[in-house]
Design a protein around this ligand. Structure first.
Ligand code: GLU
Length: 469
């Protein structure tokens, strides 16, 4: 059974780099018909917060990265980690180390002075004497002294590390709590993880984890280390570069599948295809084609991908995500047309759901004022005649449809022997409040007859008041 996991530490928001790792793990599991597990690595009690756990869960839900098992919490597994640590002690693969922090500092200082790489020198590895008084020991893993670890990484290729390069790592702190490498190993083993797909910042932990797994007689999973996401300046993507929390993308009006589409293309390609639906990503995804070099995040491209999805996604899907922004703007969606219809009208010009929500307000909310610039330009005394004529014709319509509205505008223009725009533009400002909207007949059709007539009268009153100065 193929089983992958996403194992975030809840010490901050769910960031873009993390999401890409989660996505690759999720895609691989889905593609292979396997399982995807969510595991919250909360053993660092000081830095882990419930707020961050919530942000991770909310982010995963918004993105639609569903997990078959979990969320599991490492803090619920402490007994199990203790038992494994004890097993390693019992079988002679781990030992107590009594070196105090000061002693370790001095050791490293000395090594640096000798131009050596600072590392634990194994001074308690074969210790049989009386332990120093008053030191609470840590427990270290006895890394093999010779041989090498070969990682056949699915992204990086073959990586070989000599055991002489790896020191004896701490697996339990002096308070008995397990360290990251130990808890990850135990959970990957217990959860039957077949493929560890994670950021390549963990690559140097992998040989250590493999050695612990070997000592435990546990199967070794396959590994795929995903390169980092960089900001435009070449540094690792961070807050400095702007939006990095996934929920910020939600608030900025991205569709979740658009963000995933952008992220999947960051370091992975499938021919020259840029736009993928989720199903297309699942069927085309392949770890072998993940680029081993880091990729650079590009805001403009991300917006472009979002725009493509806004143009092509089913209207009800967009409307579901859009409704959040409409409510946020105080709109009561029951006071206007179906949001799907508004979506279809507005999607062509929208790059984000924010753009769309901002332009959709007049379908649901009345306004008290016209946009000053638009009114100055189009609600002038000369517009009074065309506006009242079109008001008359519109009021008389039995069927309130795009075509009949179009006809009313056309007839008004031809009766007055003026261009369509001389009717259309004042009409636009009158019924939308501003100078920009999709085609005015379709827009009027959706706004509804009653609202349009009231707003037209309001525009005429405005012109009259203006004429009186
Ligand atoms: N908890 C680790 C992190 O957030 C990931 C561990 C792993 O994937 O092995 O960086």
């Amino acid at each position: 059974m193929i089983r992958t996991r996403f194992a975030p530490s809840p010490t901050g928001y769910l960031h873009i780099g993390g999401v890409r790792t989660a996505l690759f793990s999720w895609l691989y599991a889905r593609k292979m018909g396997g399982e995807f597990i969510l595991r919250i690595e909360d053993t660092d009690l000081e830095r882990s917060t419930q707020e961050s756990v919530n942000a991770i869960l909310e982010g995963m839900t918004w993105l639609g990265l569903d997990y078959d098992k979990g969320p599991f919490y490492q803090t619920h597994h402490f007994e199990r980690y203790k038992a494994v640590i004890q097993q390693l002690l019992d079988q002679g693969d781990a030992y107590y180390c009594y070196a105090s922090p000061e002693e370790l500092d001095a050791m490293r200082e000395q090594q640096r002075a000798n131009n050596e790489k600072p590392r634990y020198d194994g001074r308690y590895r074969d210790f049989t004497g009386t332990p120093p008084a008053g030191v609470k020991p840590v427990i270290r893993f006895k890394n093999p002294l010779d041989g090498e670890v070969v990682i056949d990484d699915m992204v990086k290729g073959k990586v070989t590390i000599k055991n002489t390069e790896i020191d004896d790592l701490v697996i339990a702190r002096s308070d008995g709590t397990p360290t990251y490498n130990l808890s990850v190993v135990v959970d990957d083993w217990d959860m039957g993880i077949s493929h560890v797909i994670r950021g390549d910042d963990h690559l140097n932990n992998t040989p250590r984890q493999i050695n612990i797994l070997k000592a435990l007689g546990a199967p070794i999973p396959k590994y795929a280390h995903i390169p980092m996401v960089l900001g435009p300046d070449g540094a690792r993507l961070s807050k400095r570069h702007g939006a990095v929390s996934v929920l910020q993308y939600k608030e900025e009006g991205y569709l979740p599948e658009a963000l995933l589409n952008y992220l999947v293309r960051l370091g992975w390609s499938h021919g020259d295809q840029e736009i993928f639906s989720i199903d297309e990503m699942v069927s085309a995804f392949d770890l072998d084609s993940v680029n081993a070099a880091p990729s650079t995040f590009n805001d403009e491209k991300c917006v472009w991908v979002n725009q493509q999805h806004i143009q092509n996604a089913p209207a009800d899907h967009i409307a579901r995500h859009l409704s959040h922004f409409m409510t946020e703007r105080g709109c009561d969606l029951s006071q206007g047309p179906a949001l799907e219809k508004v979506t279809d009208l507005l999607r062509e010009r929208a790059k984000t759901l924010i753009d769309m929500a901002d332009s959709a307000l007049y379908f649901y909310q009345d306004f008290e004022q016209f946009d000053a610039d638009a009114a100055k330009k189009h609600l002038r005394p000369v517009a009074a005649e065309p506006l009242s004529l079109v008001l008359q014709k519109l009021a008389a319509l039995d069927s309130w449809q795009t075509e009949s509205i179009h006809q009313a505008i056309e007839e008004s223009a031809s009766e007055l022997e003026i261009g369509m725009g001389k009717v259309g533009m004042p009409l636009r400002v009158a019924i939308t409040g501003g100078g920009q909207s999709p085609s005015i007949d379709a827009t009027a059709a959706l706004i509804g007859k009653e609202r349009c007539l009231i707003r037209l009268q309001m525009a005429l009153d405005f012109i009259a008041a203006r004429a009186q100065g």
